[in-house]
Design a protein around this ligand. Structure first.
Ligand code: UDX
Length: 437
């Protein structure tokens, strides 16, 4: 059991804190935002993440999980300090490390005994080396700390599951002592198989970027295959299924859609591209994934325009799904943003509905109509666009929809609607890479 302090209570920090306390460690989640900490101490969870509230509640009540806005005291009492603050995209694609730098500075001033300093935040390859230099220059004592890179592979909407049952845990460090401390934290994972890989710091940082950018490339690839399928009369679902039966390819992340969003893929790809460019290497595959993704979002808006014979003026479009993926309220880089902007720019009226992301989208577009259910949002609509693959959209009552809508146009950017039913009810529809029925 270890005494751990996590600095930063966003998606990564909160899930990591909850997960590490679930493993039996004593964890303090610290944040400078005292309002957020106050909320957490009264049971208010600031993010939507299935299963998170239950894990936090259980460990909070069993005195394994604490929340504090006293960063310094929280560092002083810890054996392991985990950096889990945001690394937003900065100039020319490089990750902005201002929050990380501030935390490193605070850590340097509070190393009252030996600690493992561990970075969970996604940071450009080479950042770990600079952090070690910064801390050493401040304290001039190599015995007082060791550094670890322990990147996260959490997907929003399944982050708790991904933390408690990870495919792998990467521990990047050149210190055997620190490696043993980290193995202690993740000990419960040994029960079935040992998912821990011990690497150098730079290798751990690279594994994170290489994994994320490959997943994004895979999505851009199947999106381009889908686009070609449309031109050649092939069906991308059958193509993807057959591809996925090859163990070297796997069927994961082969679902075509409107283009990937989220707080990770877009910024991680730009960051990797920037790091490679700064080192004199142009990564064409990463660049291609970004370009293909931007094109995919534009392609969806052109599909809608085509369905309305290039005239969206005064048309009411119901946009079903605002989050960048199902099971989250996060709209960062969501393809729905591009779609809503396009409809407005072309004189259309937007009726928006998402099971949980309405409030987030309202912060970006406060002058469109928001609804609390599908059927109110489609009343008198000329068309429907499905942007997020929420389960409730997979079983829409087409009879009711037909009755409520003014028009009969549906764009399904997630390929979740049954095409036979769409034809049966007389809808004019489009999707991504499917052979129309
Ligand atoms: C991603 C990585 O999966 C995770 O390992 C990393 O730690 C953080 O970034 P996240 O961005 O939360 O996780 O969601 P993810 O499920 O990867 O989806 C990202 C985007 O890709 C979403 O917009 C999703 O709709 C899209 N996507 C995903 C597809 O379009 N097709 C797919 O097959 C899978």
């Amino acid at each position: 059991m270890k005494n751990i302090t996590i600095i930063g209570t966003g998606y990564v920090g909160l899930v990591t804190g909850a997960g590490m306390s679930e493993f039996g460690n004593k964890v303090t989640c610290a944040d400078i935002d005292s309002k957020k900490i106050e909320g957490l101490n009264s049971g208010l969870i600031p993010i939507y993440e299935p299963g998170l509230e239950e894990v936090i509640k259980r460990n909070f009540e069993n005195n394994r999980l604490f929340f504090s806005s006293d960063i310094e005291a929280s560092i002083k009492k810890a054996e392991v300090v985990v950096i889990a603050v945001g690394t937003p995209q900065g100039e020319n694609g490089m990750a902005d490390l201002k929050f990380v730098d501030a935390v490193v500075d605070t850590i340097s001033r509070n190393l009252n005994n030996y600690k493992v300093v561990c970075t969970k935040s996604t940071v450009p390859i080479g950042t770990g080396k600079n952090i070690v230099k910064k801390i050493y220059n401040k304290i001039q004592d190599k015995e007082l700390f060791d550094y670890v890179s322990n990147p996260e592979f959490l997907r929003e909407g399944s982050a708790i599951k991904d933390f408690l049952w990870p495919d792998r845990v990467i521990i990047g460090t050149d210190s055997d002592k620190a490696y043993k401390v980290m193995c202690d934290i993740y000990r419960p994972l040994y029960i079935n198989k040992n998912p821990i890989a011990h690497t150098s710091v730079e290798t751990a940082e690279m594994i994170k970027y290489a994994s994320n950018s490959f997943l994004a490339l895979k999505i851009s690839y199947i999106n381009e295959i889908a686009n070609l399928c449309e031109l050649l009369g092939a069906d991308v679902h059958d193509v993807a299924n057959a591809m996925g039966q090859d163990g070297r390819i796997s069927d994961k992340f082969l679902h075509p859609g409107p283009g990937f969003g989220g707080s990770c893929f877009p910024k991680d790809l730009e960051a990797l591209l920037a790091v490679s460019k700064n080192n004199g290497l142009k990564m064409k595959t990463v660049k291609a994934a970004i370009i293909a993704n931007n094109n995919q979002k534009k392609r969806m808006t052109r599909k809608l325009l085509n369905l309305f014979d290039n005239d969206l003026n005064k048309r009411t479009i119901s946009v079903l799904g605002l989050a960048f993926k199902a099971n989250t309220d996060d709209i960062r880089e969501s393809a729905a943003i591009d779609m809503i902007k396009f409809i407005i720019d072309h004189g259309g009226v937007v009726n928006a509905y998402d099971p949980i992301a309405n409030n987030e989208m309202y912060k970006l577009f406060n002058d469109i109509h928001y609804y609390n259910n599908v059927y109110d949002s489609i009343k008198d609509a000329d068309g429907i666009v499905i942007m997020t693959e929420w389960n409730e959209f997979r079983s829409l009552d087409f009879k009711r929809i037909k009755k409520y809508m003014r028009g009969n146009i549906i764009l399904d950017t997630r390929n979740i609607l049954n095409m036979n039913q769409l034809s049966e009810f007389g809808f004019i529809y489009d999707n991504v890479g499917r052979i129309k029925k």
